[in-house]
Design a binder for this molecule. Structure first.
Ligand SMILES: [Zn+2]
Length: 76
């Protein structure tokens, strides 16, 4: 199962990686803790994974308007 990367702000699919499971190495690579795993990685119905990250466009917006980052609505 590929792991899908989706922007958590605009839902754009950023890409896919051919990982078949999430292990410690994967978490380290993404600097995620076990706790983050539950927040950012969603298990799909077919045993697939979606990692919620941020696309370049939203990253730029956040840099331009850092105040948005404080808004929970924006982060959802
Ligand atoms: Zn985005």
């Amino acid at each position: 199962m590929p792991i899908r990367y989706k922007c958590r702000h605009c839902e754009t699919e950023i890409g896919q990686l051919p990982f078949d499971h999430i292990d410690d190495q994967f978490l380290q690579k993404h600097e995620l803790t076990q706790e983050d795993q539950h927040i950012y990685i969603k298990n799909g119905a077919e045993g697939d994974y979606t990692v919620q990250c941020i696309c370049e466009e939203c990253q730029e917006s956040l840099q331009k308007f850092p105040n948005y980052y404080a808004l929970k609505k924006w982060i959802q």
